[in-house]
Design a protein around this ligand. Structure first.
Ligand SMILES: C[S@@+](CC[C@H](N)C(=O)[O-])C[C@H]1O[C@@H](n2cnc3c(N)ncnc32)[C@H](O)[C@@H]1O
Length: 241
């Protein structure tokens, strides 16, 4: 556990919301129709904090991976990133190079799926805003652009039940790792294959000894990537002269 972590220091949100007694009115629903159609009711900040405190140590670990399968506009993911960035500051705050790279790693460990296009767009923007606020990035910064690309991969517009994207492809997630010296590693895994691991891991289950290697086999391996290369991947294609 981290000592006296000041997770508010990097917050854009009004912290008053985090108190059950004092929270200011917030729009928990966008419309009655969306509640009826999609069960869209957003979680208040104080409840998010209380729930994250149940796994406090993990939320304060930079490389602990979190997947929110119905992430809405990111109420949970934003707070998880804030906690991780506080951990980055404590561990790497003295080196600008390490601080930037570990902040990107923190972002890389946040995953979400959301059905509705406006929500996933808001979610990506809200999460990126936390990174930008912490490191005081503008949109031209390589790290901002790399973060934009990572979130386009990690926060998926799709259906968590069918495990397919909005354009009907199987959902895949990138497993990111930091190799040090400015290089990141990426391997992709299909969500439907990964979720089978629960069956395989059950002690004494029919599948207990079968096919583990299949589950942990990536669908794609990438060569090590720098922040600059990640940033370029997110840039709009250049028009031919
Ligand atoms: C109860 S809201 C929670 C949003 C957010 N997690 C929060 O706590 O503020 C549920 C969200 O799940 C989305 N959703 C509903 N069905 C889904 C599905 N099959 N796959 C992915 N997202 C879904 C809705 O659009 C909505 O944004």
């Amino acid at each position: 556990m981290l000592p006296s972590l000041d997770i508010d220091k990097f917050a854009h949100n009004d912290r008053k919301e985090a108190s059950p007694k004092k929270h200011r009115p917030m729009n928990y629903v966008k419309s009655k129709q969306r509640v009826a159609d999609h069960g869209e009711v957003f979680t208040p900040a104080w409840m998010v904090e209380a729930m994250l405190d149940l796994v406090k140590d993990e939320t304060e670990r930079i490389d602990a991976r979190f997947l929110e399968p119905a992430c809405g506009s990111g109420n949970f993911l934003v707070q998880i990133l804030r906690r991780k960035l506080a951990a980055v500051e404590l561990k790497y705050g003295k080196s600008e190079f390490e601080r930037r790279h570990y902040a990107l790693l923190a972002l890389m460990c946040i995953y979400g799926i959301e059905l509705l296009p406006d929500n996933i767009a808001e979610c990506r923007a809200n999460v990126l805003d936390i990174l930008a606020g912490y490191l005081k990035l503008d949109e031209a910064d390589e790290l901002y652009r790399a973060g934009f690309y990572v979130l386009s991969q990690n926060l998926v517009h799709g259906d968590a039940l069918t495990m397919r994207t909005d354009d009907n492809q199987p959902i895949s997630f990138a497993e990111w790792g930091y190799l040090g010296k400015g290089k990141f590693q990426r391997r992709d895994f299909r969500l439907d294959t990964l979720t089978l691991s629960a069956d395989f891991s059950a002690e004494g289950s029919l599948f207990a000894d079968v096919g583990r290697h299949e589950i942990f086999k990536p669908t794609k391996n990438y060569p090590p990537l720098t922040m600059r290369q990640l940033a370029a991947l997110g840039d709009p294609p250049q028009e031919a002269a």
